[in-house]
Design a binder for this molecule. Sequence first.
Ligand SMILES: Nc1ncnc2c1ncn2[C@@H]1O[C@H](COP(=O)(O)OP(=O)(O)OP(=O)(O)O)[C@@H](O)[C@H]1O
Length: 251
Amino acid sequence: MITLKGISKSFQRKLVLDDIHLTVQPHDICCLLGKNGAGKSTLINIIARLISQDKGEVLIKGQVFDNNKILIKEKIGLVSQFDYLIEQLTGYQYLEFSGLLYKMAPADIKERINSLSLFFFENTTDIHQLIKGYSSGMRMKLNIMAALLHKPDILLLDEPFANLDPVTCHKLAGFLQEFAAAPGKLVLISSHDLLYVDKIATRLCVLHDKKVAFDGDKESFTNGGAKDLDKQLLELINPAGINTASLNWLT
Ligand SMILES: Nc1ncnc2c1ncn2[C@@H]1O[C@H](COP(=O)(O)OP(=O)(O)OP(=O)(O)O)[C@@H](O)[C@H]1O
């Protein structure tokens, strides 16, 4: 379980998150939604301890891990918007290196890399290519595999569907549903891809104007089941309506 209690964060005196309270339960696939700059990545990075909050507490399974980054890395698998891939390594070598950092046994690392690459890479030789030759979609796949390597309980994914082809998006969506169904596992994801949000989210959290503007299940967000996620989201984050007149200068 992830519990956020009163998280606030400013960058250079600009307040980005103001008193955020959120609980993500086991089996949740909680999707963070919001406009560009709403603070989704900031919140994910705070939970993963990549950055610190100015105020408030992050509890993982009821414990504060602020000072124990090793323990938190064991529990969390993170796909960040920035990738930390090492260009001179092959995908396989990078995963091997990541597994050693997680103190996994070499035989387990090998087995895990083989099963993950069979699932995510269609071409079995891709994993043995140098990362510097990877496409943006291949880089995202490798980041996802690195996040899953050590079998974490909590998956934090910042826009994982970006750059993936439709087949891989479909596979990843199915994978996340299976992952969240396993005992003690949960997923927190940020995404602008409402198609997949609608498909997999059990819970929505909309960040708007530095606050949590909505937190609840999909059904309550779409007013009792009307399958109109886009419309409801647009109304929440853009109550005055989209001003298409401002596009006139384009034509
Ligand atoms: N390291 C930083 N230094 C200064 N400002 C930052 C930093 N990181 C984020 N911000 C600012 O914080 C705000 C929230 O950014 P964040 O990346 O969390 O938004 P987001 O909701 O993930 O956006 P997007 O949908 O575009 O990915 C933005 O105004 C951004 O400019």
